[in-house]
Design a protein around this ligand. Structure first.
Ligand SMILES: Nc1ncnc2c1ncn2[C@@H]1O[C@H](COP(=O)(O)OP(=O)(O)O)[C@@H](O)[C@H]1O
Ligand SMILES: [Mg+2]
Length: 226
């Protein structure tokens, strides 16, 4: 059933497996980091995941899903209060936030196996806070999940402590399962994969634009239905 009101909830990714990856090796790396198959986190070494690339490719969506996925694989529980999410932006980009994280990180986690810090749009940190982040990343038992649209604005030391994963436009075919689901839910069965691929391509890799282009298709088809 086509229901515009539940579109966002229905088609947004609920688990890491719902995320469309541009490259299969990025998905494998993420899977290894989640499962613990790849040693992670390592203090003073790789303890972060930095998702970077063009807007609308799922960096923030994945960053929010990763802590619980990792903790589930490690302890079978969700992260609860041991996951701290910060959207870095003017007014929330400086030393106050970083000192808080630094003081928090040295204490034993409350219930999870380690601390999780998600800093969304981390390039917005001011220079001093970016420097402190680098040193806070040396604290044992902490995972840092960072996102940015501007990799060059993330300090080199921070980058070197992270697995840096590029989020670029995924090939249009990778969005077909979602596009098919949307069409089927709207009761539209006569649209070929080739037509859908052409629609998906207009979004140029941004999920926001891809989904909007698919909504256009549904609305145009529903408008001409008897
Ligand atoms: N790769 C993806 N796979 C599945 N859904 C996606 C993907 N990228 C974006 N989305 C959807 O689009 C929304 C906006 O993406 P977002 O994660 O905010 O992008 P970014 O942080 O890269 O700008 C997400 O909440 C999600 O519903
Ligand atoms: Mg984002």
């Amino acid at each position: 059933m086509w229901n515009p009101q539940d579109f966002e909830q229905r088609y947004s990714p609920k688990t890491v497996s719902d995320i469309v990856f541009a490259e299969d090796r990025s998905r494998s790396l993420i899977d290894q980091l989640i499962s613990g198959q790849r040693p992670f986190p390592m203090a003073e070494d790789k303890c972060g995941i930095l998702l970077y690339g063009i807007p609308g490719t799922g960096k923030s969506a994945l960053a929010k899903l990763l802590p619980d996925a990792m903790e589930m694989a490690r302890s079978g529980n969700e992260t609860g209060i041991d996951c701290v999410y910060q959207r870095v932006r003017p007014g929330n980009n400086g030393m106050t936030m970083l000192e808080k994280i630094g003081n928090h990180a040295i204490h034993t986690p409350y219930q999870a196996s380690q601390h999780y810090y998600v800093l969304d749009e981390v390039d917005n940190l001011n220079a001093q806070a970016m420097d402190v982040l680098k040193s806070v990343m040396n604290t044992r038992g902490c995972v840092f999940i960072l996102t940015t649209n501007h990799l060059d604005k993330v300090e080199l030391g921070v980058r070197s402590r992270c697995h840096c994963i590029a989020f670029n436009a995924a090939p249009a075919e990778k969005w077909l399962p979602l596009a098919r689901r949307i069409m089927a839910d709207a009761g539209l069965h006569g649209i070929s994969d080739q037509q859908l691929v052409a629609v998906i391509q207009t979004g140029k890799g941004s999920a926001r634009d891809i989904k909007d282009a698919l909504i256009d298709v549904v609305l145009e088809a529903l408008a001409v239905q008897p």
